[in-house]
Design a binder for this molecule. Structure first.
Ligand code: FAD
Length: 376
């Protein structure tokens, strides 16, 4: 292969570019990114960067040494608009195109928006974080729609800035489908303990300058409204490519699409029927996807660890594995009312998931032997 195009210049794309070099590929690597910025890390956007304690420069994924050794051909500030596999060409929003023998799709996703909340802040990109940070001036009242990981972290950061925060969640408890009711109650407690007004089971109908309007007609007064309601995979540019796209780019167990010269990694890749929107997943897929791309076939398969962490208030939450609602949960250290505990999910006598609040040491020990699901 003379040239490989990596589309999406964020974590998964950067890891793929690094892995191409690590696996001995010495052809051209073109890294195409819609954002103007050099690749940066997103997790601090809702934490230290939003709090004003980390700079944009500290988020960069590649330092000067990496940039020199990787010898990447950056095309930043341009969007890939289509992929023509028969011509082996990626078309760009500036009218240009890149001829590539191989393509890594790493376009992640965009913040989902809610009807009636078009003028709300969202948090996906550095530009989003800069805009939100500027709005978080002393005295503003913040309303956050959605108590998932991003919503909870934004609430936590806003509280650390001394702001009044209301979180509006449609579910009966935050993160209940992921964590189950007992651990979801722990997340709710974290909000309450730190002065966030969490309201669950509420519907929202829209926003105005006065705040957020609820489905029952009442108003939650707010000066700053943030929606944290998930993301939509960025696959629009693949229309007409012939690739199967359905809530992500569908790939096999080796992250290869139906075309052996096209692989997908990160938040946009859908394998085994699902996508994972977590940092570790986006980072760990590159070695497998790149090996298969260079081999021209699926020679290795990817095993997801299902690891995610989240920093909320005084707590670091860690989750590994793929627990299901019918798995049995037990506490192996501490209990849900304490500030530090570890819980495991079991199925048929095996541990299938581990969750910890402020106990990384035991968490890491227990997650090692986790039974991994087969990717079909
Ligand atoms: C605020 C925030 C906090 C987070 N915190 C955590 C955390 O604490 N723990 C955790 O496990 N995970 C966290 N995550 C999730 C983690 O950051 C993501 O899983 C990771 O960024 C996914 O990387 P990616 O490269 O697959 O996709 P993305 O990071 O979404 O990057 C995709 C890139 O592709 C670009 N792109 C899209 N379409 C095109 C196109 N057509 N042409 C060119 N470029 C395109 C986009 O502009 C973007 O730069 C957080 C995410 C956010 C947003």
């Amino acid at each position: 292969m003379k040239r490989i195009a990596v589309v999406g210049a964020s974590l998964a794309g950067v890891r793929a570019a690094q892995e191409l070099r690590a696996q001995g590929y010495d052809g051209g690597v073109v890294l195409i990114g819609e954002e103007q910025h050099l690749p940066y890390d997103r997790p601090p956007l809702s934490k230290a960067f939003l709090a004003g304690t980390a700079s944009a420069a500290s988020l960069e994924l590649l330092d000067a040494g990496d940039l020199a050794s990787l010898a990447l051909d950056f095309r930043l500030g341009v969007r890939a608009t289509s992929l023509d596999p028969s011509e082996r060409r990626v078309w760009l929003s500036d009218g240009g195109s890149v001829h590539a023998d191989g393509v890594v799709i790493a376009t992640g996703g965009r913040a989902r928006t809610l009807p009636g909340f078009e003028s709300a802040f969202v948090l996906r990109t550095l530009d989003d974080a800069v805009a939100l940070r500027a709005a978080l001036v002393p005295g503003v009242r913040v309303a956050i729609v959605g108590a998932g990981f991003i919503g909870a972290e934004v609430a936590s950061t806003c509280r650390s800035l001394g702001l009044d925060v209301v979180v509006l969640e449609a579910l009966p408890a935050p993160l209940a489908p992921v964590l189950g009711p007992e651990l979801a109650a722990v997340c709710a407690r974290l909000h309450a303990d730190h002065g966030t007004d969490l309201r669950c089971g509420v519907g929202v109908s829209g926003m105005s300058e006065a705040g957020v309007h609820l489905a029952d007609g009442s108003l939650v007064p707010a000066d700053v409204v943030v929606t944290g309601v998930g993301m939509t995979p960025a696959t629009d540019w693949l229309a007409g490519s012939g690739l199967t796209v359905s809530n992500g780019v569908c790939v096999d167990a080796g992250l290869v699409t139906e075309l052996p010269q096209v692989v997908a990694v990160g938040d946009v890749a859908r394998y085994g029927g699902r996508r994972h929107e977590h940092w570790t997943n986006a980072s760990e897929q590159a070695p497998v996807a790149v090996a298969n791309l260079l081999a021209g076939r699926t020679s290795r398969t990817y095993t997801p660890s299902g690891y995610v962490w989240s920093d909320q208030y005084s707590g670091t939450l860690q989750l590994a594995g793929h627990p299901r609602p019918d798995d049995s949960l037990s506490f192996v250290d501490g209990d849900p009312s304490s500030s530090s505990f570890v819980a495991v999910w079991q199925r048929d006598g095996s541990t299938v998931g581990v969750f910890a609040l402020n106990n990384a040491k035991l968490f890491n020990r227990l997650r090692r032997p986790l039974r991994q699901p087969a990717v079909v």
